[in-house]
Design a protein around this ligand. Structure first.
Ligand SMILES: O=C([C@H](O)CO)[C@H](O)[C@H](O)COP(=O)(O)O
Length: 185
């Protein structure tokens, strides 16, 4: 098959996953972000890369947001929210980070394929995304893509959709947000 035919298949998979996400879950997450003082986003590997792009856009909206593990990341306190993006919900470093956040009195949200996973069990808010886990052992969705690619792509687009919902709620537009874009690049 040609590369563009594969691309069309990927887009087709993504257009189907959209309908399997519950808006009520997304709205709970949005409201919690709006109520929280600081927002932390954690994820490993590719799931972590998607989280980084979400933090960047939150920063553009004026939200006090951090990527867990960066040199300049602030301390998590009681009124803060930790968002963990993990397909499996079993990545060891993320389990430890979720436990630590809970012990500090923070709220934990999980974006995952597996609400019944360890991270899912620790979370106060869960957004279940369709896909299959990286070992392809869990998930109720079939994909032509390797490992957790479908989940990771869905998560990136879900994060971008959350940003649009925020922009609507906070009456922001791209021009206002661009004023906060890095200019030393
Ligand atoms: O990097 C990853 C991998 O390439 C899977 O497709 C994963 O995102 C990383 O290993 C984290 O896994 P999860 O916590 O299960 O998302």
């Amino acid at each position: 098959m040609k590369t563009t035919q594969y691309l069309a298949e990927v887009v087709q998979e993504l257009s189907q996953t959209v309908h399997l996400i519950r808006d009520s879950d997304a709205e709970k997450l949005i409201n919690q972000i709006l109520e929280s003082k600081k927002i932390f986003v954690a994820g490993a590997g590719r799931s972590g890369l998607m989280g980084k792009s979400f933090v960047m856009r939150m920063m553009h909206m004026g939200i006090d947001a951090y990527v867990v593990g960066e040199t300049v990341t602030a301390n998590l306190e009681k009124d803060d929210l930790l968002i963990i993006g993990s397909g499996s919900g079993e990545t060891k470093t993320l389990v430890a980070i979720a436990e630590k956040a809970k012990s500090l009195g923070g709220t934990v949200a999980a974006i995952t394929i597996s609400p019944e996973s360890t991270v899912g069990e620790l979370a106060d808010i869960i957004v279940k995304l369709p896909g299959v886990t990286k070992d392809q052992s869990e998930g109720d969705y079939r994909t032509i893509q390797p490992m957790g690619s479908l989940f990771e792509q869905t998560m990136l687009l879900f994060y971008d959709a959350l940003i649009l919902r925020f922009m609507e709620k906070k009456n922001l537009d791209s021009n206002k947000m661009y004023g906060k874009h890095a200019n030393l690049e």
